[in-house]
Design a protein around this ligand. Structure first.
Ligand SMILES: [Zn+2]
Ligand SMILES: [Zn+2]
Length: 342
């Protein structure tokens, strides 16, 4: 089969023939239809320090995908050939205290699909049945392809109650923009989104943000936005240290921040802002397994449509163009097609 692999250290990826994997007793063999390119994949392409430390090579990369079940191992029940599926990309140890308490998103030994085990940027992928998510009927292939990222957005947005709250989101990449859409859906009174990219601010507008803020035009001033006491809720989605500092500065007393972005340097801030205003900062990673997945499916059934974030499609063999598009500020989600589109 064709696959996109990281062959070794340094920059670059290779589109090569590799053996088609065979499912073990508790596994599912999936024909991949479409995949979404994530920031993680861009880091792996670059071979940045995180990727050099974390990705074991050679490795088929990629974790955002939708596919069709081809075959299942003898020990698998309830998953049938032909079903449209995705998968939770973190394979957990199932023995640690958090896994045993059904808090798999807090497993300390999780292995990432396309990072420490072969991923989905390939014509076929094999996954443990317990990681597989069977989609409800009616989901579009594009939205299903980015369910993993949608799950990040939902995990952030549902960290705190949002009804009638004011929400400031720093970072309008695909996940930030989807989080804005969920915040609107949850009944937030004001959803404001900041970014340096006008393209991405436009994504935030399409998500239904009430207000977009050009982060390049100066510090965020809650009072100037009519919020004398600051924002109730913050989502840090940019991984930019100055964005997190500004978010902290723009929060109301008792404000609560869900922080998904991963800064690659230390974040220095005036801690008195956090202590005296009794702020809560909740780190967010991945998705709750499978609570967040059920919530995503419910949101789609309720009419939320995150397809606005998908801006580009490329055939898998044109991966270089696709990765170039995804690494620019003027793209949302970029989809690679692994099977012919009908
Ligand atoms: Zn991802
Ligand atoms: Zn565990």
């Amino acid at each position: 089969m064709k696959a996109l692999i990281k062959s070794g250290p340094g920059e670059g990826l290779d589109y090569v023939d590799v053996p088609t994997p065979a499912p073990g007793r508790h596994d599912v063999l999936i024909r991949v239809l479409r995949t979404g390119i994530c920031g993680t994949d861009l880091h792996i392409l670059d071979g940045n320090p995180w990727a050099a430390r974390t990705v074991t090579t050679p490795r088929v990369i990629g974790h955002e995908f939708v596919g069709e079940v081809v075959a299942t191992g003898a020990g698998v029940g309830g998953i049938l050939p032909g079903q449209l599926v995705g998968a939770e990309g973190h394979e957990t140890c199932n023995t640690c205290v958090n896994c045993r308490a059904d808090k798999k998103h807090l497993c300390h030994a999780a292995r990432g699909l396309g990072v420490q085990r072969d991923g989905a940027f390939a014509e076929y992928v094999v996954l443990p049945a317990e990681s597989v998510w069977v989609h409800r009927p009616g989901v579009s292939l594009d939205v299903a392809a980015v369910f993993d990222a949608f799950g990040n957005a939902v995990h952030v947005a549902d960290a705190f109650p949002l009804r009638d709250r004011t929400v400031l989101i720093t970072g309008a990449g695909p996940i930030g923009a989807m989080a804005a859409a969920v915040a609107r859906h949850r009944g937030a009174r004001l959803v404001a989104v900041s970014d340096v990219s006008s393209f991405r601010l436009d994504l935030a507008r399409r998500a239904g943000a009430h207000l977009v803020i050009d982060a390049g035009a100066g510090p965020i001033d809650a009072a100037a936005l009519g919020l004398e006491h600051g924002f109730d809720i913050g989502f840090e989605m940019s991984g930019n240290p100055s964005a997190l500092r500004e978010l902290i500065g723009a929060m109301a007393h008792g404000g609560r921040i869900a922080a998904l972005g991963l800064p690659d340097e230390d974040v220095l801030t005036d801690w008195t802002n956090i202590s005296l205003r009794m702020l809560t900062i909740q780190g967010i990673s991945g998705r709750k397994v499978f609570d967040t997945w059920h919530t995503m499916a419910d949101l789609l059934d309720e009419g939320l449509d995150p397809s606005f974030i998908i801006t580009d499609h490329f055939a898998a063999e044109d991966y270089e163009k696709a990765f170039a598009a995804a690494s620019q500020g003027d793209a949302g989600k970029v989809i690679l097609d692994w099977a012919p589109r009908d």
